[in-house]
Design a protein around this ligand. Structure first.
Ligand SMILES: *Cc1c(COP(=O)(O)O)cnc(C)c1O
Length: 383
């Protein structure tokens, strides 16, 4: 037992998911259709309030569609935290605009509102907060800032389902549009997939059209609405970002389990927190008062007095058969992005990166698996 490896992540796919996908396969309708429509309706209801949810192939696609619908183009600037996955920034370049990187707050690991304000220029169009690890950014402060400067907000909620800010669910807590990810290791999955959520009818209308080739109505209507003819119009050079019905069938079942997944994650986080307190580590930041954290990731930062550095610690975990990860090397350190961030300093993200390690945290993690992780972390750091 002591030698059984503990993976960094294992998905939770049950019989209900397998049955839902099988049913879709037997139905004869595979691409965007009734399962996508049901998934979108369930997702919008989960977010709550009057929002449109558009199922797409990834969060990257959702971010791209969101920025495009906000009219971002060449010459525009979009403010992005340097501590994120490259997808957040790459979609800015898809549209010929420039990402402007800003540092994080060391105590939340989220984008720093003061750094955002300092980075605003006459070219700035959009702010892209990332709810890092599932901890909500200060959306109240960011919304006030955006309103003061006439900017839009597209939040990257790839880590943040379910989560909320001051009683408002992510997706309707101050952003103009929000992107979710259903990648295999996110808090719920469709294998690959994403969702764009917005309460803005103009963003919804534009993204709906651009999601499918710039065609003025979607395939479901084209094939099932007997009143519409087979003749359609193309109003823009759109993209091919529509979700399959197989993925949506899987997503609807996973969404129904998302609160149970969340409860399991919270239990694991509480155990980690109490077992690892007192070691030479900084424990992950919790939600601000009144917010809910999704706990997508459990990230430790090794303190200076730890008996080894981050890479040595990761090797120690690996030698014990325990998976771990690093989220993330800041974008300004990456070959492609570094030339776009010259002359800027990101001391908080740099310091964080040198110390950070992400421990396994997933719904299907057993008590024995977590006990092995805890025992190994304690052994490595008590030396
Ligand atoms: C996973 C992730 C994405 C991209 O999600 P996909 O669905 O794989 O496109 C974007 N941003 C962040 C912060 C992520 O973690």
């Amino acid at each position: 037992m002591a030698d059984t490896p503990v993976p960094f992540f294992r998905p939770s796919i049950g019989e209900a998911e397998i049955q839902a996908v099988s049913e879709c396969l037997r139905s004869g309708w595979l691409t965007t259709g009734p399962k996508c429509r049901d998934f979108e309706a369930a997702f919008a209801a989960h977010v709550g309030g009057d929002v449109t949810a558009l199922a797409v192939t990834s969060a990257t696609a959702a971010l791209h569609l969101g920025l495009e619908a906000m009219g971002v183009g060449p010459g525009d600037e979009v403010i992005v935290p340097t501590l994120t996955f490259t997808a957040t920034a790459e979609v800015v370049r898809y549209l010929g605009a420039e990402p402007v990187f800003v540092d994080i707050e060391p105590d939340t690991l989220c984008i720093c509102p003061d750094a955002v304000e300092a980075a605003i220029t006459p070219r700035t169009k959009v702010i892209m907060p990332v709810h890092f690890a599932g901890r909500m950014c200060d959306m109240t402060a960011l919304r006030a800032l955006a309103d003061r400067h006439g900017l839009r907000i597209l939040d990257d909620a790839a880590h943040a389902l379910p989560a909320s800010h001051q009683g408002m669910s992510v997706g309707r807590c101050g952003a103009d549009a929000t992107a979710f990810s259903f990648y295999a290791n996110k808090t719920m999955t469709t294998g690959e997939g994403g969702m764009l959520v917005t309460a803005d009818p103009d963003i919804a209308a534009r993204a709906r059209i651009m999601r499918l080739h710039g065609i003025d109505r979607d395939v479901f209507n084209r094939f099932t609405d007997t009143r519409s003819s087979a003749i359609y119009d193309v109003v823009a050079p759109g993209y091919k970002y529509n979700m399959t019905d197989m993925a949506a069938a899987l997503g609807t079942v996973q969404l129904g389990r998302v609160e149970a997944f969340h409860a399991a994650r919270i239990r694991l986080v509480e155990r980690y927190d109490s077992a690892l307190a007192g070691l030479p580590v900084i424990l992950p930041p919790h939600a601000a008062k009144g917010d809910v954290h999704s706990w997508h990731l459990y990230i430790l930062q090794l303190k200076d007095e730890a008996p080894m550095d981050r890479d040595g610690f990761i090797q120690g975990l690996k030698d014990a058969g325990i998976g771990s990860s690093v989220h993330y090397r800041p974008l300004h350190q990456m070959s492609y992005w570094s030339s776009r961030a010259t002359g800027q300093a990101f001391p908080h993200a740099d310091a964080y990166f040198n110390r950070c390690v992400t421990l396994p945290l997933f719904m299907a993690m057993t008590d024995e698996e977590q006990a092995r992780v805890i025992e190994t972390v304690r052994r490595l750091l008590s030396a």
